[in-house]
Ligand binder design. Structure first.
Ligand SMILES: [Ca+2]
Ligand SMILES: [Ca+2]
Ligand SMILES: [Ca+2]
Length: 124
């Protein structure tokens, strides 16, 4: 009985050691965690959420949907390491405003851009 338990403990220890040996390689390959940018219709991150994007799925900029989002965005959570450049018009045209990385904007009125954004780009 006792001998069996010792053997099981040893086997477990070996398994842990093996896992420890390969995990640093895995960590090196893993991409750095990228956050999302999310945009809402109303202030304080309420109302319909019209945008949920990452720099990876929006490398050349993204359109805000013409029906569900254009000229409606009032709050933005930027949890990415990139600046978000909001444009007043489609196709990254018109006046623009930069939203800082890792910053939340509960009311775009404060940056003079309430209900105006129609497209945006990540500036990384
Ligand atoms: Ca709005
Ligand atoms: Ca506009
Ligand atoms: Ca648009």
């Amino acid at each position: 009985m006792y001998r069996k338990r010792v053997a099981a403990t040893l086997a477990c220890g070996l398994a842990v050691a093996g896992f420890g040996a390969i995990s640093p390689a895995n960590a090196a390959e893993a991409a750095p965690a990228a956050g999302n940018v999310r945009m809402w219709e109303d202030p304080d991150f309420t109302g319909s959420q019209y945008v949920d994007a990452t720099p990876a799925n929006c490398p050349d900029g993204c359109d805000i949907d013409g029906w569900d989002g254009d000229n409606e965005i009032s709050s933005v959570r930027n949890e990415t390491a990139c600046t978000i450049r909001l444009y007043a018009d489609d196709n990254f045209a018109g006046r623009s405003v930069d939203l800082a990385a890792n910053t939340n904007y509960s009311n775009l009125e404060q940056v003079g851009f309430d209900n105006d954004a129609e497209s945006f780009q990540f500036v990384c």
